[in-house]
Design a protein around this ligand. Structure first.
Ligand code: PEP
Length: 257
């Protein structure tokens, strides 16, 4: 797969799961990737686990000298200040993260994050040298109303700023109704959305928009990963539940190789 225009990224999202004892799974995923180093290099596939803040430093230690990267799941727009309970992009980088998930639907829902807030966080991630994974996705009622493409397009337009490029930003399409439910869109539905997002990216960022990766997320697992990754304009996956165990995470990485 060396001819692929965009190199695939398989990123795990551990959400609010994981105690220090679970670092064993990080270590196992990291070792599994090290064993696949040649195939990863040949295909350009990269892999990351976005763990809770409390595990970032220890996870960064556990993945040293392996191909696995560590990420966070949110950051504050400011580098530091009086924001009790928040964590800045600089702090994530300092702890050993190289990327951060922004605008996940659970944060949009639980913390009322708007597109404008996500755009500010995106600038913060870039300032700190973190790769940002910006999430967009429609709810089930929005899809049923025939508004999925319109809703997701607006999220993308408003969540990105003009300084996006392929080296600092990845987009993740995550239909809310597919997250943690075991339900997945059809290949045609994924293709329609990824095609629409690609057209928007090209329209706004010209040639660079062709290079920005678009991941799919929502109940991706070893059984469906190959089918999803074969869809046009799917450049990897954002994986929740199946990333918690090294065995299933590595099986999804294998599907991308
Ligand atoms: C996610 O939360 O980003 C996600 C895709 O979760 P799951 O794979 O568990 O549906």
């Amino acid at each position: 797969m060396t001819h692929r225009r965009r190199k695939r990224l398989i990123a795990g999202n551990w959400k609010m799961h994981g105690l220090r004892a679970d670092l064993a799974e990080v270590g196992e995923s990291a070792r599994g990737l090290r064993d696949r180093q040649d195939r990863l290099s040949a295909s350009g596939v990269t892999a990351a686990l976005c763990v809770p803040f409390t595990l970032i430093s220890a996870a960064a230690e556990a993945i040293r000298e392996t191909p696995l990267a560590i990420g966070g799941q949110d950051c504050h727009p400011e580098p530091s200040g009086a924001h009790t309970g928040d964590v800045s992009a600089e702090m994530l980088a300092d702890a050993g993260a190289s990327m951060v998930i922004l605008g996940h639907s659970e944060r949009r829902r639980d913390h009322r994050e708007t597109n404008a807030i996500i755009r500010a966080k995106l600038a913060a991630a870039r300032r700190a040298g973190l790769l940002a994974i910006v999430c967009v996705g429609e709810t089930e009622p929005e899809r049923d109303a025939g508004a999925a493409v319109q809703v997701v397009s607006r999220q993308l337009r408003e969540s990105l700023d003009d300084n996006v490029d392929a080296s600092n930003t990845v987009v993740a399409y995550e239909p809310v109704w597919a997250i943690g439910t075991g339900r997945t869109p059809t290949a045609a539905q994924i293709a329609e959305m990824h095609g629409a997002l690609r057209a928007l990216l090209k329209d706004r960022f010209d040639e660079e928009g062709e290079k920005v990766r678009i991941l799919y997320g929502g109940s991706m697992k070893p059984e469906n990963a190959r089918m999803i990754l074969a869809v046009d304009d799917v450049d990897g996956g954002l994986i929740g539940g199946a990333s918690l165990k090294a065995e299933s995470f590595l099986a999804i990485v294998d599907a991308a190789l």
